[in-house]
Design a protein around this ligand. Structure first.
Ligand SMILES: Nc1ncnc2c1ncn2[C@@H]1O[C@H](COP(=O)(O)OP(=O)(O)O)[C@@H](O)[C@H]1O
Ligand SMILES: [Mg+2]
Length: 303
């Protein structure tokens, strides 16, 4: 098969691994810098080009779109989909996963357990909102934050109110701000399950090294291999499905009432391979081999 990996280049470990595995399995592979792709939107003839070459000849694409490039990257993927090119992650599923508010709504609708979450576009009803999520401390989070950068822990109502007011100043429509129950039982640790085609292929626990409540590796967290409980495994698979993602990094926290899903990542890092010794690249290429030839399933998520 002819497979294109849409990423920021070959320097990336995940890209390198996908390329290496696909080549070893006899595929023709090309790494395409989607940021340098350009497209022509035309009736009956949508095209995407890269360095003068038409991309419609590929049998499958594997998008690895960076968070900071979501809109451009998904526009390129969408255009390729319009041409009938198979994408292992659909553009709509990537877009969905990059918005934590939309994600929480979809996960809750699908029956996935999440931390109690509320949203509002002003701080007048703050007392009511905080009560709804079980009192302080509370987590305040930007719906489009990444790497732990948009997540704040407010210890008191007063602190929550001023953080919210500051956030609302630059987010007039309010959909970028979530208030969430602080999952204190496992603060500073979370679980990442790497899901491919309805199977968990690797899992790890991340722990913050200082006393930060955020366990993101980008924030200096440390990861180690763990075995998921049956409940966690099922929850991770359900969460990936609820988001319409065939490849997903599902982040969960352990709480007194069981696992709670924090977010579902559409381009999970392959660093988990080094930490767990599990191969995540091969299942992805196998999934592409099995599914690229079929008609893509219609996205039935509806939001
Ligand atoms: N409701 C919560 N309760 C406790 N800790 C949380 C909560 N939400 C997030 N965290 C911590 O903050 C980290 C980052 O939050 P997350 O929602 O995954 O945003 P990001 O996209 O920035 O990674 C999580 O990995 C977790 O350690
Ligand atoms: Mg996260």
């Amino acid at each position: 098969m002819r497979i294109a990996i849409l990423s920021n280049g070959t320097g990336n470990y995940s890209t390198k691994r996908l390329k290496e595995v696909a080549m070893a399995r006899g595929h023709e592979v090309k790494v395409i810098k989607y940021r340098e792709c350009y497209a022509s939107i035309e009736k009956n003839n949508p095209t995407v080009r890269y360095r003068g070459e038409d991309l419609s000849k590929f049998d499958a694409i594997i998008p690895r779109i960076a968070n900071s490039m979501t809109r451009y990257g998904t526009a390129i993927v969408r255009q390729l989909e319009a041409q009938g090119v198979y994408s292992v992650s659909s553009s709509i599923s990537i877009t969905r996963s990059r918005d934590k508010l939309r994600s929480m709504q979809l996960l809750a609708k699908a029956g996935v357990d999440i931390p109690k979450t509320v949203f509002s576009r002003n701080s007048t009803d703050i007392d009511d909102l905080i009560e709804k999520i079980g009192g302080t401390p509370v987590i305040i989070k930007l719906a489009r934050g990444t790497h732990g950068n948009g997540v704040v822990l407010a210890e008191t109502k007063k602190a929550a109110k001023s953080v919210l007011q500051a956030f609302y100043l630059s987010n007039e429509d309010g959909t970028n701000i979530l208030l969430q129950e602080f999952v204190k039982e496992s603060a500073g640790t979370d679980i990442r399950a790497f899901v491919v085609g309805g199977r968990v292929v690797a899992s790890m626990m991340r722990q913050s090294l200082d006393d930060d409540f955020r366990s993101n590796l980008h924030k200096g967290g440390e990861g180690k291999s763990i075995k998921l409980t049956e409940e966690e495994r099922k929850m991770a698979i359900k969460a990936a499905k609820a988001m319409g993602l065939n490849v997903a990094g599902v982040d969960m926290m352990r709480s007194a009432r069981g696992p709670l899903v924090l977010e579902v990542n559409a381009s999970p890092g392959f660093g988990i391979e080094k930490l767990t010794g599990r191969d995540v690249a091969t299942p992805i290429i196998e999934y592409v081999e099995l599914n690229a030839k079929r008609r893509p399933k219609k996205d039935k998520i509806g939001a």
